[in-house]
Structures are given as C-alpha cells and as structure tokens.
Write a new protein. Sequence first.
Length: 269
Amino acid sequence: MTDFSDILFLSDYDLTLSDGQQIPQRNLDAIERFKAGGGMFSIATGRSKPTFTPQLEKISVNAPVVLSNGSLVYDFADGTTWLQIPMKDWEKAAVRRIRDRHSDRAVFDLEVGLEVYLPNDTLAVQANDYTRAHFEWVGMVSRMCPMEEIPDDWMKAVFTAHPDDIPALAKEAEEEGLNGVRSLPFMLEIQTGGVDKGTSARWLADKLGRKLVCAGDAPNDTALLRAADRAFVPSSAYPEILAMGYEVVADCKTGAIADAIERMEAERR
C-alpha cells in the first residue's frame, strides 16, 4: 500500500471530481486507496454547506471541506466549523447597488439573478432562468427571500446572467472593489476580499501539518491551484486553466482524480 500520510488532497467538486452529475467509479476507487494509505481527502468547492451536503452520499471525505470558495471550512464528521469569514458590510452594500442597477430591466423575469449563501442556507434574492438552472444543477429548489430579510452573515453572493453579460458584471464588481470570480459560464461569485479557495486550503493544510495537493478546472480554482504544493488540472478544464501549466490529467468524465492519484502512486513505489 502506498504511503500518503503526509498529504492533504483537496479537489474541486463540479467538473473535476464529478462530471456534473456522477463521480466516475475510477475516482472513488482511487480515493479509497489514497485514504487507506493515510492520505486525507476532501473537497474545495464554491457550493454552500446546504448544496454540498447531499453530495456526501456519493463521496466519503476524511478532512474538513472548504465551502463557498473559501469563506467557510466545515467538518461534516463532527459538525464543527473550522473557519468562517463572512462578507464585510461595505461589500454587501456594493452587491446591493449592483442588484438595484439591474432590478428594473424586466417586469416578470429579471436579467440579472442574485443568490446569497449563508453558513446554513442558500437563498435566491432575484431570480432568472440562470438562477433556476443553477439551483437545479445543485439539486435544490430555489427559495426566494427579499433582500431586506436576509441575515447579515453572508458567506458569498452569486450573480447569474447570460454568459455574454458576465464580463460586464465582473467589470462592474471590480469597479465597486469586490472580489469576484467565475465558475460556471453564467455565474459571477463574490466573497470577501482576501479570501478564496487557495487561502483557506493553505490554512487547512498548515493546520493539519500536511503537504497540499489540489485539483480544479475553473477560474474560481485559480487560487487553489496556485496555493498547492502540487496541482492537477482535468483535460476538460477551461482553456485559461489549462494554460497555467499545471499537470494535466484525464477529463472529469473518465477520472481526473484517479489519474492524479495513480501518478502519485507510481512515483512513491
């Protein structure tokens, strides 16, 4: 059995570990071998705690999970919060300003949607077709909530719009001083400045005293890959992620994580 007792492996979930719906069996088998060798395996995702929780029926982790692009680190094994960094008041106010600028473009179906992630809830403030598609993607029914009724502890805000409109939204967010990243083509994700998957992944690895291995496919994984001691990218990743020069493995449908683990197994024999 290969010894992985020095490694924490954090993988992005959607379109890295999973193909968007299912996790290839190759990945599951390789992860079990990795854990049996003393490795710690978990996830670094943009999903909130409620939208990630159902995925635990598909994958067994043995370390805390990095959620909401790094704003929350939570241990599902014992229900403890390791790290929680909510958005600042001025950042939430800036999100509200952007939302207000786009709230009257249509009467029945707004062009720009807005979701707010809380530590234990995920709410739709303003819905469009992309908001509904996103909630369907993560297996939840969108729950509407007026902006004025949302609690203060925002972990993340997500704007949804036509993919062609996301660059303009990103520029708007940047002009407001916000920390915005893309994940799915129709989403712009905002979390507090200085926080991302990479900062929280590195914090967790240091806390556990382990080397950090990561895998990711999308722009919101950029910081995660940069923070890693070793980084893997599925061949199905965004072109700009592939261009970063990290190790390329199989696509998300055929077992990117299995490829990464098998490569490490071969090196450690």
